[in-house]
Write a protein that binds this ligand. Structure first.
Ligand code: AMP
Ligand code: ZN
Length: 480
């Protein structure tokens, strides 16, 4: 197996990847909160996770990919303040929260498919793992890591010796954070303490019995309970978007390691954001967010005339740790359709790529026809992918080699669906009167009347067709 290097947020370095069990990888990624459609920023993170999984599989690893579906407990702030996003949306849409969750989970699966993202092996729903969460909270309680207030059960971060190691949080940052958050529970002991279970919530629409009263789980405990259920107390890789570093993933580590006394995830990988660039004010970066309205979904791309794979191709051109800017221009006031120069360019170059591959294959042009050449090029591209997923470099190399065989091999990672797209446009059938002219030209040639045959060729050309002579007889092609 080739060496793989991954940037680990925990150590802030690129490390050689060594799985717990040779040949196997346990991967957990924070999934969608299904209170709305996913926006293409969320999907950029899921696409990065798809590329990671595909790269590991391409290298021969047996990957078990688990992604949660958050259908309860994610508050309108990423901390404990505000309301449950699910109940806010359920009221807005006049749906019960379960139907709302299924509606957006189905939409999420469809969007993943439209972007060529393979679905994870397990997609556990939070509401179906309440028992596991309660059990984990009980363990934390037994081990002395919790306390109760009228709000519910809290994790006491002062009991954790290395709280904040992922984000490298310092105590003064924590105090500042607390000052900014005016909604804090006055009985909370430390600013960074967080809810494990919201108790005393008999009127909440999604609620369960627990030793800490009727209520619902905190968002962070969901990921700890589901990841450890499917992958064990210690597993290989945990991913999420950059925004999850300071709160959500930090809290997952604290509570999981407190409960088991073991390392939780060994490698932490985080994807940089997709930002919208404001056309009128190009220096303003707008964070794309579901909660602030006006966001771009896969359906927005489709309604705007883009093949979603063009967005995938655009994402492949930026490294996952670099932010990606999209200068999106809305074309209508209600935010249904829009356009972006970079997407237009990506769509056009992807179309040319498909055509080049199809034409080269038709003409039997293969730049790497020797197996030894092919193998060397394959290793070079694989090394780029294995260098912390340097997809832009891998794509650059594939363009340089221009080998249909190599493109097809790496489509297992890139997911551009070359199989179904690299087809030449169907040849148009010429009408009968053009064929009559072709026959007349053939007669003229047989009679060695070249002046007449040339004149007929020009006449055919003037009608938009090109005639060519082959050993099987003349052929007709639409003029370019
Ligand atoms: P959510 O559905 O809000 O829980 O987010 C799902 C995933 O999308 C998480 O891993 C987030 O970190 C990630 N995410 C949220 N906004 C963006 C963005 N603008 N660009 C890239 N990833 C994002
Ligand atoms: Zn999570």
């Amino acid at each position: 197996m080739q060496d793989i290097f991954l940037y680990n947020t925990l150590t802030r370095t690129k490390e050689k990847f060594l799985p717990l069990v040779p040949g196997k990888v346990g991967l957990y990624t924070c999934g969608p909160t299904v209170y709305n459609f996913a926006h293409i920023g969320n999907l950029r993170t899921f696409l990065f996770e798809d590329l990671l999984t595909r790269t590991l599989r391409f290298n021969g690893y047996d990957v078990q990919w688990v992604m949660n579906v958050t259908d309860v407990g994610h508050m309108t702030s990423d901390g404990d303040a505000g309301e449950d996003k699910m109940s806010v949306a359920a009221q807005r849409e006049n749906l019960d929260p379960w139907s709302l969750a299924r509606k957006y989970e189905d939409a999420f699966r469809f969007d993943m498919q439209r972007l060529g993202i393979h679905l994870p092996d397990v997609l556990p729903r939070a509401t179906e793992h309440i028992e596991e969460m309660i059990r984990l909270n009980k363990t934390l309680e037994e081990r002395g890591f919790t306390y109760e207030t009228p709000e519910g059960l809290y994790f006491d971060t002062s009991k954790s010796s290395d709280y904040g190691k992922l984000a490298r949080l310092r105590l003064d940052d924590q105090l500042q954070g607390a000052r900014a958050d005016v909604n804090v529970d006055s009985e909370k002991r430390n600013p960074q303490d967080f809810i494990l279970w919201f108790g005393n919530k008999p009127t909440h629409i999604m609620k369960w019995d627990s030793p800490w009263g009727v209520g619902y789980p905190g968002w962070h405990i969901e990921c700890s309970a589901m990841s450890m259920k499917y992958l064990g107390d210690t597993f290989d890789i945990h991913c999420g978007g950059n925004d999850h570093i300071p709160v959500h993933n930090t809290n997952e580590i604290a509570q999981s390691e407190a409960a088991t006394g073991k390392t939780f995830a060994r490698y932490w990988m985080h994807a940089a954001f997709l930002n919208l660039k404001n056309k009128e004010n190009p220096n303003t970066k707008l964070k794309m967010s579901k909660s602030k309205g006006g966001f771009i979904q896969v359906q927005t791309l489709v309604d705007s005339g883009y093949d979603p794979i063009a967005y995938r191709y655009l994402c492949l051109q930026a490294h996952y740790r670099s932010e990606l800017e999209l200068a999106w221009e809305w074309l209508d006031a209600d935010g249904k359709t829009g356009r972006a120069d970079s997407l237009d360019t990506a769509a056009a170059s992807l179309k040319r790529l498909y055509e080049r591959i199809a034409r080269a294959e038709k003409d039997n042009e293969e730049s790497l026809s020797e197996n030894s050449q092919f193998d060397a090029a394959r290793i070079e591209v694989l090394n780029a992918l294995n260098d912390d997923l340097n997809v832009p470099k891998a794509v650059g190399l594939l363009h340089t080699y221009a080998s249909p065989r190599l493109w097809r091999a790496f489509d297992a990672v890139l997911g551009l669906d070359i199989e179904n797209h690299a087809v030449l446009p169907a040849e148009e059938e010429a009408p009968a009167e053009i064929w009559k002219l072709v026959e007349a030209r053939l007669e003229a040639r047989k009679a060695r009347d070249f002046a007449r045959s040339d004149a007929l060729r020009d006449e055919i050309a003037a009608l938009g067709w090109e005639v060519a002579d082959s050993p099987q007889g003349p052929t007709l092609k639409r003029k370019q």
